[in-house]
Every structure is written in structure tokens, then in C-alpha cells.
Design a protein around this ligand. Structure first.
Ligand SMILES: *[C@@H]1O[C@H](CO)[C@@H](O)[C@H](O)[C@H]1NC(C)=O
Length: 304
């Protein structure tokens, strides 16, 4: 009897240890893996990572942020970044929204503040963990996303400009546009989604800069994509987001450097305000805009 109890307790101990080891195991290269222990994460954002089998030394990082109803897994399979990771040796971070409906919190005061403890803070902590863990190159960290993930891309660029070198937003809204007067997390803001939040480049810049007051260092260069027929996030949000980053970089919104028609796709028009801000209006395209993977690699500096 005593012996039986002894055996059972050893068995129990062994099982507990292996469960712990499993939950703490290092990400498996070449597979989407979950990381559960990466630093403060008060809003419970999920952290999934793709470390390529072909990991570069001192690798770059791309943070790829899913749309509402999406998941880390869905964006991993639905976007081209993990495949490119094998070619270029960078790591991809896929955060996962903790909310029903899986939109991102781009509305509360905490997410719209550097170090505020919201979703943006958790994503920043994933970046810091990955830099530490893999000796990643802190000067080559990039952020991109689609729809709600594009909104979060703009929020990340505004709240943690020190972390990112470049960003690309596919069909989002400017940072702060989804602001919630009631401080709600992940709330829909119809004024913004319907394209009625319209202001000047200077004011949008102030809104972005207030998310990290006193910050005076480099900021990520930004590319903004939007479909001209977007019925979910009104195309006015394309212009407002461009204004925001044009304002931040101090370019003249009314006189861009260059407009390239049919670039990078027939019927899409690219406007270049300066080396740090480009907007691409996809004429005739709705909310479901296609990620331009090869173009993204260029903007992030992996190819020329
Ligand atoms: C929606 O966002 C705008 C800024 O784009 C803000 O002025 C407005 O108060 C927000 N609406 C609500 C209901 O919070």
C-alpha cells in the first residue's frame, strides 16, 4: 500500500514536470509555436512566433497582426511572411487578440499610451523578449497588419516608435481614430470607420505624438495601403492616416514629392511624400486588400 502511494506520487511528480517542461519549451523552428512566458501581459494577448529553420544570425523581426475574426494561425497561413522568413532568415511574431471577435484594442487609453499596459504594451514586450532570446537586430524590427491589425500597426508605430524601423498598414485607420470616450477596450468607433474623423496633418501628428509624450528619437517609416471601395473602413481613412504620418515627419501633405500611377499594381496609385511616408490607393478594391509581399520586403529593406 505504502509502496503504491510512493509510486503514484513519483508518477504524479514526473507528469507535472513534463507538463511544465512542455509549456515552457522553446519554440520549434519551422513551426508556428506559442510562447506563454514573455513578460508583462495584463490584457492576455496571445504570442505566437515563427522562427525559421534558416534563422539568420542577428535576425530581423516582422510583427504581423491579424484582422478581426482572425487568429495568429490564420494570419500565419494567410500572409506570406513565414515563407519569406525561410528565404531571408527573419523571425515573425504573430500576436493574437484576447477578445471575442478578435479585434484589437485600439481604443482605450491604456493601449494608446506607451507603457500603458494595454494590447500595444504586450506586443512591445513580445518584441523585447524576441530580441533578448534570439539576439535579434533591434534596428531591424518591422510591423504590419490588415484591417484591425493595420489599426494596431499605426498604434504600435505611435506608442513604440523606438522599437520599429518601418511599418505597413493594410486597410486600417490612423492611430487614435478609434479612440473611445468611455475608455472601452476594442470598441468599434463608427465616426472613424465611416470616415468622419477628419482633421489636419498637424492635429493627427499631435494625436500620435501624445501616445509617447516627450519621445524625440527616430520613428518608423510608414506605408499605407487602402482600397478605394472599402465599405468597412471608409477610404477617407486612407487620407487621414497618410496625413498623420506626413504630419509626424513634417512633410507637406498638399505637395507630395511624386505620384506613381499603376504602382505597384495596375490601377493602384502610389503617392510619395518623402522617404518616410508612402500611400498606396488601390482603385476599385474593397476592404479585402491583398498583401503585396514582394513590395513589403522592399519597404523593410530585405530586397531592393
Ligand atoms: C470616436 O473617435 C473619434 C476620433 O476619431 C472621437 O472624437 C470620438 O469621441 C470617438 N467616439 C466615441 C463614441 O468614443
Amino acid at each position: 500500500m505504502i509502496q503504491m502511494r510512493y509510486i503514484l506520487s513519483i508518477l504524479f511528480y514526473a507528469l507535472t514536470c513534463s507538463a511544465l517542461a512542455l509549456s515552457r519549451r522553446a519554440p520549434t523552428a519551422g513551426q508556428l509555436s506559442q510562447v506563454t512566458d514573455f513578460g508583462d501581459n495584463p490584457t492576455n494577448v496571445g504570442f505566437y512566433i515563427y522562427v525559421p529553420q534558416n534563422l539568420a544570425s542577428n535576425p530581423a523581426i516582422i510583427v504581423a497582426i491579424h484582422y478581426c475574426t482572425g487568429t495568429a494561425q490564420a494570419y500565419y497561413t494567410g500572409s506570406p511572411y513565414a515563407q519569406y522568413a525561410e528565404t531571408h532568415g527573419f523571425i515573425v511574431i504573430y500576436p493574437e487578440s484576447p477578445y471575442d471577435g478578435t479585434c484589437w484594442d485600439v481604443s482605450s487609453q491604456s493601449t494608446l499610451t506607451n507603457g500603458g499596459g494595454g494590447n500595444s504594451n504586450s506586443i512591445a514586450n513580445m518584441v523585447t523578449w524576441t530580441i533578448d532570446q534570439y539576439g535579434a537586430d533591434a534596428s531591424r524590427v518591422y510591423v504590419t497588419g490588415t484591417s484591425s491589425g493595420a489599426m494596431m500597426t499605426n498604434v504600435m508605430a505611435a506608442t513604440y516608435p523606438n522599437l520599429f524601423t518601418a511599418g505597413i498598414a493594410y486597410a486600417g485607420v490612423s492611430a487614435g481614430c478609434f479612440y473611445s470616450e468611455d475608455n472601452g477596450e476594442a470598441w468599434w468607433n463608427s465616426t472613424c470607420s465611416q470616415g468622419q474623423s477628419i482633421t489636419t496633418p498637424e492635429h493627427w501628428a499631435q494625436i500620435a505624438e501624445a501616445m509617447n509624450p516627450g519621445y524625440d528619437g527616430d520613428r518608423p517609416k510608414m506605408q499605407i495601403y487602402h482600397g478605394s471601395e472599402d465599405a468597412t473602413l471608409d477610404p477617407q481613412n486612407y487620407y487621414e492616416t497618410c496625413k498623420q504620418w506626413v504630419g509626424v515627419f513634417g512633410y507637406n501633405y498638399d505637395s507630395p514629392q511624386e505620384v506613381q500611377n499603376d504602382t505597384p499594381v495596375a490601377n493602384w496609385d502610389k503617392t510619395i511624400w518623402g522617404p518616410n511616408v508612402e500611400g498606396i490607393l488601390a482603385n476599385g478594391v474593397g476592404h479585402n486588400i491583398q498583401i503585396q509581399g514582394e513590395e513589403d520586403l522592399k519597404w523593410f529593406g530585405f530586397t531592393s
